[in-house]
Design a binder for this molecule. Structure first.
Ligand code: FPP
Length: 246
């Protein structure tokens, strides 16, 4: 296992959990079996991240574009999600984890929204890791919803157009209140952002692995974190400026 410096972990880790379908197809299994195995990896990652002291974990669980998949797969994913939330809420309480959702919740089925509301309510007082699930989420959709919200506030006289700075606009996003991700992991070999957190990933360190999400292990996670710890984050400054804290 890699040696990790505990003072240099990402505060906010975001993950694109890709490759469930291919994992299943390679084994002549139905795609949903890949998602079920993917949910097991989610359990492991939530446990590991909270044990390590990561403050924010954000998982891309269902994209705006995923609605275009065959209805049977969409239904199965929604059922799996409900089951996961119901089963895991007790563990979230034990581990002091709080649920948070980003995405267009109005597109989710009522029963899923009820399950989410319940889990959010029950865990709302927890002060440990914030587990954000991106559901019916797309970065462009989030940005256009935020622009519409800000425009409504301008119309209502609550906000001046000239006051819309980066910080102010950031608060209109679904992620308002969350820090930007420090580290993004994408599994299964695709080197794309796929409409995930377009605004928030501006300075995020990106990590890609060929491993499919159901095969992603604790060892791989530690390898990814060790890679993160070896990087120099300059945020547009020079190395010298960083070392002299200018
Ligand atoms: C991408 O794999 C994964 C998804 C679209 C769904 C992710 C869902 C889970 C990991 C399980 C449920 C989530 C939670 C939070 C319990 P893919 O189907 O696009 O894989 P492919 O690219 O190989 O087809």
């Amino acid at each position: 296992m890699e040696q990790l410096a505990s003072d240099k972990l990402p505060t906010h880790l975001a993950i694109i959990m890709d490759g469930n379908g291919r994992w299943a197809q390679q084994r002549m299994l139905k795609r949903i079996v890949g998602h079920q195995r993917g949910a097991e990896t989610v359990k492991m990652m939530v446990k590991q991240a909270s044990q390590l002291g990561i403050k924010y974990l954000t998982l891309f669980a269902f994209s705006s574009e995923n609605w275009l998949r065959p209805a049977v797969e969409v239904r199965a994913l929604m059922t799996l999600l409900k089951k996961y939330i119901r089963q895991e809420t007790a563990r979230m309480m034990q581990k002091n984890i709080r649920y948070n959702i980003i995405g267009n919740r109005s597109e989710l089925p009522d029963d899923v929204n009820q399950t989410l509301d319940e889990a959010i309510r029950i865990t709302s007082g927890n002060t440990g890791m914030v587990l954000t699930l991106a559901l019916s989420y797309g970065g462009r959709q989030e940005l256009s919803r935020a622009a519409a919200r800000a425009a409504r506030d301008v119309q209502a006289g609550l906000l001046a157009a000239d006051d819309i700075t980066v910080d102010v606009f950031g608060r209109y996003l679904d992620t308002g209140g969350l820090p930007d991700p420090d580290f993004l992991i994408r599994t299964s070999g695709e080197m794309r952002i796929s409409n995930f957190l377009l605004w928030q990933l501006a300075y995020t360190e990106l990590y890609f692995t060929d491993t499919n999400w159901p095969d992603f292990t604790i060892n791989e996670f530690h390898k990814a974190l060790a890679d993160f710890q070896s990087r120099e984050r300059r945020f547009g400054k020079t190395s010298d400026q960083l070392s002299t804290r200018n």
